[in-house]
Write a protein that binds this ligand. Sequence first.
Ligand code: PAF
Length: 294
Amino acid sequence: MVVVQDIAGVRDLCSAARADGKRVAVVPTMGALHEGHLVLVDRARSKGQFVVVTIFVNPTQFGPGEDLSRYPRDLEGDVAKLEQRGVDLVFTPNVGDMYPNGHATTVHVSGLTEHLCGAQRPSHFDGVALIVAKLLNIVGPSTAVFGRKDYQQLRVIRRMVRDLDMPIEVLGVPTVRDADGLAKSSRNAYLGPKERERALAISRGLTAAHYAFGSGERRVDELLGAVEAFVKVSADAIDYVTAADPETLEPLPRHAICSERLLLAVAARFAGTRLIDNTVIGEDSPPLARESRR
Ligand code: PAF
């Protein structure tokens, strides 16, 4: 495995791999890698013979007052994990190379970015779309792999790749969870034991909605209520608990009756840590195998 910081070096190695007849698969990350990322790496390996992981804490996707400066960083630990997982190339660019003085181009995916997290973090998805477009241009992969925990991000990237005619398959991988249901996230490192316990309300609420749906419930109000019953009593603040169309991400009114698939998405805060989670009922497995009322 090689770790490369400069853009030209990465381009050369990826071109050489393609010239060798290898398919390149990439996993873009912001580091502080956990098992969820490593599952993405495994999926990338199933798609390509040359696997690239990018590690870059992208400043343009953090808003003012967000956690850019304290975002967890552990390059040495990350590199060790990726080496063990059989990655070929780790790209660790620096901010000055990715955003040279005078950079003036934006990438905005309209519509999909207006709802859910986009409503509260107005410039977030512009930053994500810009950096992902740049990383994909540098690496030139056949496949790019992302987690479904960031469901809105996945949809935004899929739309960007389609709209910009990038010849890349965008693969979405189911959320990886701890045994108790908490979705794996680099930001879980911020949680103390008490907040972590309270944060389980999110996956429990989403699970309750799954079981209600499985028993025939189709009223959006009831399904949202099933999630809220858990999250409202545990979170310090709720950014949103939303039912939305899984394709357009348009929120459904509470009086709506849902069809066969429904996105339920949550963003909530536990002692200042903002966690997100989601499930597409009618498509995903419930976060927990059994309903828990604890
Ligand atoms: O999901 C992430 O870690 C980031 O948003 C991404 C896709 C690497 C872009 O910075």
